[in-house]
Design a protein around this ligand. Structure first.
Ligand SMILES: Cc1cc2nc3c(=O)[nH]c(=O)nc-3n(C[C@H](O)[C@H](O)[C@H](O)COP(=O)(O)OP(=O)(O)OC[C@H]3O[C@@H](n4cnc5c(N)ncnc54)[C@H](O)[C@@H]3O)c2cc1C
Length: 487
């Protein structure tokens, strides 16, 4: 082992006064219960498994473990609790709140090798899967059986089902099918002390006391490690029809969504972005083309269920006449449809490639969107910072991704400092609209200070009490969601 690898050996427990260093004896124990190649300390592995897509926090993991079974996870957790070793559960590391970051010498437990789909049941419409299966692999396995798994995110090729559940991911089809929480029937979870909590469930109705699985959904690895899940599948949905609309203002989005509701047109996706986002994607991904000949202030990607092209046209026509739509494209092939989706799905990547970036994922009641948009622009203007604000999001469910993109060269860390005050003002604005500071990415490290913008002191106190029941030694993902059990 070289000296750089050695320097990573000194792991720190994050709770004050209870520091435990990771030493050779701990490593030997892990090597004793896992295969040789499942305990890694080379600098490349420590670097890549110590960070997520937040790209703000410098990684400093001590060791990365790759268990293959729930039993191995249980042994690791029992040992970490006994030795008071801080542990970070790691999925596909596409998280955007720093939840999977190891920056204080923690043990990282990766679910990469727990990647089997054990059973697809076409009668009960369920799939049983290990937590390390990627979302895309699960979608494809369902499709191969003529079934459908509705969760869908641009990060689907990398994010894990376990990570989706631990963050209660939302995504592109939330408006119709809900998020990760709505898809979960049962879970297998390893608790901090190594006990295996088997909450497997293949029935859809079960009213037997508290529904314990709910604690783990959206808990960001702070209450237990999800190793298996039983998820709901659906029959393949009716055919869907996509259209790409050019709009003048946010008011037009409301008019279109409300007309869909009034005419019983079921929306399966409703994604918006502005000219800046469009230009950024087209600049970064040269193979993509603007489907319109000119530029418009807003674009809406609207997917609806079961409507034929002619029915869609007769829905859109009066919207044109009233001036709610300036131009529209209805794709004529699945290749064209994929190209339109690619514009939307590549916005996040184009932003990351374009300079220092700070993202957030707020939600507000959709009816307030036009008022909120004006107040947000005002807030940004007043801050007078050397950056652009580029927004996009799952507007159909009131979820906006506000992005500050730096126009100058600076580190992510400095850029976050520069935008801190603005971010607080935006959160205050979101609060005044009764919205949430995190619609889908979670709290992680990034927003833990800001949790009081959404949660009362009583709620926070109860959350900490729940954490101390499941993880009294505080070994599971310390420093995420809360700083410690007592702060
Ligand atoms: C391009 C891009 C687009 C995205 N789009 C969306 C979107 O539309 N909607 C959305 O909601 N999110 C989106 N995200 C964010 C991210 O993909 C989701 O949060 C995703 O659910 C994270 O899954 P992961 O496997 O990558 O988890 P990770 O990033 O590895 O971990 C996330 C959190 O879950 C914990 N965790 C991971 N696995 C487990 C487990 N098995 N048991 C217990 N805890 C665990 C980690 O400790 C961490 O706290 C996007 C990200 C990118 C990069």
């Amino acid at each position: 082992m070289n000296s750089e690898e050695n320097s990573h050996m000194l792991g720190q427990h994050l709770r004050g006064g209870e520091t435990t260093l990771i030493d050779q004896q701990h490593i030997k124990y892990f090597q004793g219960i896992l295969a040789n190649d499942a305990v890694k300390q080379d600098s490349q592995t420590l670097e890549s498994y110590g960070r997520d897509w937040t790209k703000k926090y410098p990684p400093k993991a001590s060791v990365v473990l790759f268990p293959k079974s729930t039993e191995q996870v249980a042994k690791i957790l029992a040992y970490c609790t006994q030795e008071k070793l801080a542990l970070v559960p790691s999925g596909g590391r596409t998280g955007l709140a720093g939840g999977a970051v190891a920056m204080a010498g923690e043990v990282v437990l990766s679910l990469d090798k727990m990647n089997k789909i054990s059973k697809i049941d076409p009668i009960n419409l369920t799939v049983k899967t290990e937590a390390g299966v990627t979302l895309q692999a699960l979608q494809e396995a369902a499709k191969a059986k003529e079934l459908f798994f509705p969760l869908d995110l641009a990060a689907k090729g990398s994010c894990h089902i376990g990570g989706n559940i631990a963050t209660n991911a939302g995504g592109l089809k939330f408006i119709k099918f809900g998020g990760a929480r709505e898809q979960v029937l049962g879970l297998k979870v390893v608790l901090a002390d190594g006990q295996v909590l088997d909450l497997d469930c293949s029935v859809r109705k079960d009213n037997t006391g508290y529904d314990l699985k709910q604690w783990f959904i959206g808990s960001e690895g702070t209450l237990g490690i999800i190793t298996e899940a039983t998820l709901k599948l659906s029959p393949k949905p009716h055919s869907t029809q996509l259209c790409f609309l050019a709009l003048n203002s946010c008011d037009d989005i409301l008019a279109i969504v409300s007309a869909c509701h009034m005419q019983q047109i079921s929306i399966t996706a409703c994604e918006y972005f502005g000219t800046d986002a469009m230009n950024l994607v087209l600049g970064q991904f040269k193979q993509l083309q603007n489907p319109f000949e000119e530029s418009y202030p807003f674009y809406l990607l609207l997917e609806v269920e079961g409507t034929s092209e002619s029915m869609l046209e007769s829905f859109l026509e009066p919207m044109f006449e009233k001036g709610h739509i300036l131009d529209a494209v209805i794709p004529q092939s699945s290749a064209q449809e994929n190209d339109l989706w690619a514009i939307r799905e590549n916005i996040a990547e184009a932003l990351f490639a374009s300079g220092p970036l700070r993202k957030n994922d707020i939600s507000i009641p959709i009816s307030d969107l036009p008022k909120f948009e004006l107040a947000l622009q005002d807030c940004f203007k007043k801050a007078d910072l050397p950056m652009r604000m580029i927004n996009f999001g799952h507007v159909g469910d009131g979820n906006l991704h506000i992005n500050y993109l730096g126009t100058h060269k600076t580190s992510q860390e400095e850029f976050y400092q520069l935008t801190d005050q603005l971010e607080k003002e935006v959160y205050q604005l979101v609060k005044s609209f009764g919205g949430s500071i995190s619609a889908e990415h979670g709290i992680g490290i990034l927003k833990k200070e800001d949790l009081p913008y959404r949660r009362s002191a009583l709620e926070l106190d109860l959350m900490r009490k729940i954490k101390s029941i499941f993880d009294p030694a505080g070994i599971l993902n310390p420093g995420k969601v809360f700083d410690s059990l007592s702060d």
